[in-house]
Design a protein around this ligand. Sequence first.
Ligand code: 3EB
Length: 341
Amino acid sequence: MNLQLISQPIEFFPAAPVSRETKGVLGGALLGNQTDVTLPEWPVQRIFAPLLGSTAAVVQETWLACLPPVSGNDEGIAWCRVGNLLYGVIEMDETVFADSAVCSPLQAASEEAYRRIFRLIEAQQLPHLWRVWNYLADITGESHGLERYRQFNIGRQDAFLDFSRGATGNVPAACAIGLLEGPLSIAFMAGDQPAVPVENPRQVSAYYYPTTYGPRSPTFSRAVLVYLPGQEILFISGTASIVGHQTVHPDDVVGQCKEALANVAAVVAEANRLNRSSPYVLGEMSCRVYIRHAKDFPLVKETLIPLIGPATEIVYVQADICRHDLLLEIEATASHMLGNC
Ligand code: 3EB
C-alpha cells in the first residue's frame, strides 16, 4: 500500500502544500493556532494549539496513499478511504447536548461521537478501529461534579460497550489532549483487519486503571500494530511519565521527559516482540510532543534530542495533558514494509 505520513511546516498561508492533483491523500491534521488557513479538500483535523520551536505558522500532517481515494460525509464525519483503510474526522459541539438530563454535555457528546464512528466504520465494513486522536477543551476542568477528562472517559467507554466491542484488550491506540477552547474533535483510522494491541510492561494497562482516576477507565491500548497490503504501521499512543498507574517526577520536566521516553522505548521493545517486519528503533519514529508549559520547551528539546537522535522528526505543541501533574506527553508513529516491498 505504502501509506506515508508527510509532515510539512508551512511558513505562509494560504498555501497549497500538497497539490490537489496529488493522488491518494487520505487525510491529515493541521497544527497551529493560526485561524485564517485554507483547508485542504481531504478530511483534516484542526488542532488549535501553539507550535513550539517552529518558525512555521502551521504544520500540516498528511497521510499519502498510492490508491485513488473515495470520500464522503456521513454521521457528521468527513471521511476518506483508500483500499481497506478509512480516515475520518468528527467535531462535536458540546452545547448541543446541554439538555441531556442524565449526564454532562461532554459525556453525551463523547458517547455520540464514538457511536457515529462505530456506525460509519461498520457500514463501510472496515469495523476495526486502529488509532484515535481526541482533543477537548479544558480537559482538567471540572463541571457536573466530575473532571472533564473523566466525563469523556465515561462517554467513550459507554459507546464501546453499546457496540459490544468490549473496553479492554482489543482497543485502539489513542491520545486525549486538552486545548484552550473549541469543539470535541476526534480523528480516527479504521481498517478491515483487527489491530494487534501492544501494552507496556512498565505500566498498568489504561483500561485497568483503578477508579481513583475516574469512574470509568480510559479505553485505549499503549500501541497497536496494523497491517496494510505489504506494510506494517506502529502507532504509539500518547505516552507520559507514568509508572504502574502513578505519575512519577511531578514538577520535574526533565525527569518526566526521560521517563516518558523510557516508556516509549518499552512499548517499542514490546512491539518488536510482536511485529512481523524488522525491529523498530526510536530514531525512525515520527513524534508529536505535547508540552503543558511553553517555557519548558527548550529543556524538553535538550533532553529529548540526545536520547532519541537528531534525525527524528518531532513536532512540539503546547497543550494540556489529562492529569494536572503531567507536564508532557509523547506520541509516535513508524512504518515498515513487509516481505520484499
Ligand atoms: C496515560 O497514560 C496518559 O484517554 O485516550 C494517553 C493516551 C493518555 C491516551 C486517552 C490518555 C489517552 O494515562 C494519558
